[in-house]
Design a protein around this ligand. Structure first.
Ligand code: SAH
Length: 586
């Protein structure tokens, strides 16, 4: 959420323009400016102050903690001419926000941090090894100069800004290559992980023999070691010390395959020795080729200085380029519950697919130039198809969902659509049940289940059977999609089924907008829950017969025999709390 604060009439006009442009992203703080700044600072991921920079510096100075947690702060001057990124340029997203605010208010963004004078990250942050004139070419990219992109290989690169384009003449170039080319002047070479090195080794083969063979083979074939994705071998050699250590030295993983799998791979140079030793006529060539690709270097043996028989073999394959689909859970809402891995995946994407309201949640985390394909509620199948189609074209796609993208969300339709010609990566997110549980106390301390009460795609009889099974098995239940305007009888019905097996006093937690600015929660009982408290932004967690309210918190015992069931504690804590989890204690 972006907190908006103004002091003067002119400031309020600009503030209201921003608020009406971004109704779901912004929240207006009124009252004394000092209090407003303090509250917004603790409750929002970002703050826009329609105040002089000096005033804002004085107000936020005592609130600063560190750049990893402080919100990004943007100041807009009285005349509305400048949007100044004041604090949290990178991690707080203030540089990106200053540009967005400036676009809405037709003001000039003012950004003073070096690497993103135009908000483009350095070429060494693309997630690929890079060689050459990184500083010079990065500067050209930053300055908006034309930069030529020579991709010798198709690879799902992250988004690059518009001044970087293929097939153009330019003073600066970015080359994508796995060949051992020396970068030219004003050139960087990005090294995609395109090479697979198959290795075979006799028992006890020394690491330097394996490593020497791999390095010599790559050098002689004119290939860059920085593009090696992995070493591949047969299962029986998974722990062979020479192979393991060579992989460590190269900084790549070892992947292994069963002898039967390797025996089925057609290779140019089969032989009897590995067939006798490990049950496949080829290890190096077959392991390199098993996942497909082009054999660049057929089997080659090591040469020993002492003239003894070779103990290692290797072969090199260039893997066919594959598009990439990352299915990314964004967590329940709060920016600090987006995992670092999710952020990395968003920054690795060239195409982002998602529901418009989720896109808004993370727009500032994307690389400039990221193509955004957003759509409204209800278009799940179309979104899934779009994401997969883009990945099949060779793009790096991030498909986003709130909470965990695999929980009542996009992962299933997308993976039902996806074939094995793309790479798929899942990034787990904090699902609503967990976000709510953390707010309520410890309701999930024993066996628990999630049940969606939406009967749009599931017949009610099926839902009811599952609720009944959970009721009979005394399992803690979290209801997703519990109630909407058109679906209001399902929740009372489901609670009624649980009440056949649980006391009216059984604790029930109702959490709305967990971790979002307008978070609220309520601890009640099965007998007292009023369905009117519940809507589609809510989850409802019903305890089991051992769940207790202790000091105002919902606690389900782990059920160990040594643990006495806790008594219901009478306490003065409130039934309902409102506000964010990051709220200052006041
Ligand atoms: N993939 C999501 C769930 C999607 S189903 C996840 O893993 O959380 C949508 C339902 O999830 C909503 O109707 C609501 O019941 C629940 N939900 C999602 N986010 C929530 C939040 N921040 N607070 C409370 N409930 C939430």
């Amino acid at each position: 959420m972006i907190g908006l604060i103004s002091a003067t009439a002119a400031g309020a006009v600009a503030r209201d323009r921003l608020a009406s442009a971004w109704p779901s992203r912004t929240r207006v703080y009124e009252g004394s400016v000092g209090d407003a700044v303090r509250h917004a600072f603790s409750e929002c991921e970002q703050v826009v102050c329609f105040l002089a920079t000096g005033a804002v510096v004085r107000l936020v100075a005592p609130l600063l903690r560190d750049k990893h947690v402080d919100p990004g702060v943007v100041c807009v001057d009285e005349a509305g001419r400048f949007a100044v990124s004041l604090l949290g340029g990178h991690e707080g997203g203030a540089n990106a926000l200053a540009r967005e605010v400036a676009a809405v208010l037709e003001a000039e963004p003012v950004v003073t941090t070096a690497t993103d004078a135009v908000d483009v990250p350095g070429l060494d942050t693309l997630g690929l090894p890079v060689e050459g004139d990184v500083a010079g070419v990065t500067r050209a990219v930053l300055d908006g100069e034309p930069v030529a992109l020579h991709a010798e290989l198709a690879y799902p690169l992250p988004a690059l800004p518009g001044n970087v384009a293929a097939d153009r003449a330019a003073a600066h170039t970015i080359r994508v290559s796995d060949r051992a080319v020396e970068p030219a002047d004003r050139e960087v070479v990005l090294r995609p992980p395109s090479l697979v090195v198959g290795v075979g080794a006799s028992k006890g083969a020394p690491a330097d023999e394996v490593l020497g063979l791999v390095r010599d083979t790559l050098r002689d074939a004119g290939l860059s070691p920085l593009s090696v994705a992995r070493l591949a071998t047969v299962d029986a050699k998974a722990g062979e010390p020479g192979i393991v250590e060579a992989a460590e030295q190269l900084g790549v993983p070892v992947v292994t395959y069963g002898a039967g799998t390797l025996a089925a791979v057609a290779v140019p140079n089969p032989s009897d020795a590995p067939l006798d030793a490990v049950g496949t006529p080829s290890v190096a060539e077959a392991a390199a080729l098993v996942a497909g690709g082009e054999l660049l270097v057929p089997k080659r043996k090591s040469v020993r200085a002492d003239g003894k028989p070779a103990m290692a073999t290797c072969a090199v394959v260039r893997a066919a380029s594959r598009g990439r689909l990352a299915v990314v859970g964004l967590g329940p809402g709060a920016r600090d519950l987006v995992t670092p891995r999710a952020r990395d995946e968003l920054r690795a994407a060239s195409v982002l697919v998602g529901l418009d309201q989720y896109v808004d949640q993370i727009r500032d985390l994307l690389r400039p130039g990221t193509r955004i394909l957003e759509s409204g509620l209800g278009a799940e199948e179309a979104r899934a198809r779009t994401a997969v189609a883009e990945a099949r074209k060779g793009q790096a796609v991030a498909l986003i969902g709130s909470g965990d993208a695999g929980v009542y969300a996009m992962a299933s339709p997308a993976l039902a659509e996806a074939s094995d010609d793309i790479d798929v990566v899942g990034v787990p997110g904090v699902t609503a049940a967990l976000a709510a549980a953390a707010i309520l106390g410890a309701p999930l301390g024993h066996d628990h289940v999630s049940i969606s009460l939406s009967d749009l795609h599931t017949p009610w009889e099926v839902i009811e059977r599952r609720v009944r099974a959970a009721a009979e098995a005394d399992i803690v239940v979290t209801f997703y999609n519990p109630r909407s305007r058109g679906r209001d009888w399902q929740l009372p019905k489901a609670l009624g089924i649980l009440a056949e097996h649980r006391e009216p006093g059984t604790p029930v937690g109702v959490v709305r907008n967990a971790s979002r600015v307008d978070e609220s929660s309520r601890l009640t009982t099965l007998g007292e829950l009023d369905p009117a408290w519940v809507d589609m932004m809510t989850v409802v967690t019903v305890g089991n017969t051992a769940t207790r309210r202790i000091a105002g918190r919902m606690v389900t015992p782990r059920g160990y025999r040594w643990q006495q069931p806790a008594a219901t504690a009478a306490s003065g804590s409130p039934d309902t709390t409102t506000g964010t989890t990051r709220k200052e204690s006041s």
